[in-house]
Ligand binder design. Structure first.
Ligand SMILES: O=c1ccn([C@@H]2O[C@H](COP(=O)(O)O)[C@@H](O)[C@H]2O)c(=O)[nH]1
Length: 289
């Protein structure tokens, strides 16, 4: 456990939570997911190969990079193309870095500590080809098994988003276990402790809480404000949640929430303006306009 009083000093980079908070304040609470599904590639007139993946990824970045607070490439959709796909993901992450667009690598990594150190090295180390500003993590080998990633993120000014209440209906069968002392609550409380090491209003240890979770937050008595970290909320659009649902669900924790949408926005491509308009419509909804 970190010393509750300590602050991040090892990196010249501002901590991820502060950087994300500034981006959300400047641009609004939208993250655009970059999920190059085969059906979307086809709809864009692209082949389901590395060239199609590259065109798709760089087009989305060009369209929304200046208006979203962050982009979230879905790693699985690059992995399915093998090494060629991972090379495109590296290129996308480098392009986002060059354009100062914050990235969330949606990799959902989690393993025993020694292996976790390798995942941390891949996604959170300065100089790694796959370095992103933050990565999604799965805590189901125990929150403390994530220690190498939590510590490396702190050292390099990067961040993590730990799965707490996922947007899929099956998630409840594990995450709700324990009722008011639920698995999700243990994750939430552990994230709150981690964020004590970060100064400022938003720590760098975020949570994933689906936009679709409805009344679960109150039923499980989860205090997301106390976490003092960003809340990545997938489930907008294609999974049925609306920006109004998001505001209702998160209530007083809404200022911490980064709504994320992939297919709903991506299906407006391949035109740059269509993608921008779709992202702006979602952003207007998230801002309550
Ligand atoms: O609980 C979770 C965690 C991650 N995701 C990911 O977000 C996007 C959602 O895509 P849509 O097209 O907007 O439905 C996708 O990459 C998921 O793997 C999630 O949906 N729920």
């Amino acid at each position: 456990m970190p010393d509750a009083g300590s602050t991040v000093t090892n990196s010249a980079r501002e901590p991820f939570g502060s950087r994300l908070g500034a981006a959300m304040a400047a641009r609004g609470p939208l993250c655009v997911g970059i999920d190059p599904h085969p059906a979307l590639l086809k709809g864009w007139g692209l082949d389901d190969d590395a060239a199609g993946l590259r065109r798709f990824s760089l087009t989305v970045l060009e369209a929304v990079g200046s208006l979203a607070a962050a982009v979230k490439p879905q790693v699985a959709l690059y992995e399915r193309h093998g090494s060629a796909g991972m090379a495109i993901l590296e290129e996308l992450l480098a392009a986002a870095r060059d354009e100062a667009v914050l990235t969330i690598a949606d990799a959902k990594r989690g393993d025993i500590g020694s292996t976790m150190a390798a995942y941390a090295d891949a996604w959170l180390r300065d100089g790694s080809a796959l370095a992103a500003d933050s990565v999604t993590l799965s805590p189901y080998l125990g929150f403390e098994s994530l220690r190498p990633a939590l510590d490396l993120a702190a050292d390099t000014g990067r961040g993590v988003f730990v799965l707490a209440l996922t947007s899929n209906p099956e998630g409840a069968s594990v995450q709700h276990i324990g009722g008011t002392d639920s698995v999700a609550r243990r994750v939430t409380e552990a994230a709150a402790v981690e964020n004590r090491r970060y100064p400022g209003s938003l720590g760098s240890v975020g949570l994933v809480v689906g936009a679709t979770v409805g009344s679960a937050l109150s039923e499980l008595e989860l205090d997301l404000e106390a976490v003092r970290g960003p809340i990545l909320a997938p489930g907008l659009g294609a999974q049925g949640a609306t920006p109004a649902d998001l505001r209702r669900t998160f209530a007083s924790a809404y200022p911490q929430v980064l709504g994320t949408s992939s297919r709903d926005i991506l299906s407006a491509g391949p035109g740059i303006q269509g993608l921008r308009d779709a992202a702006l419509r979602t952003l207007d909804g998230l801002r309550g306009e």
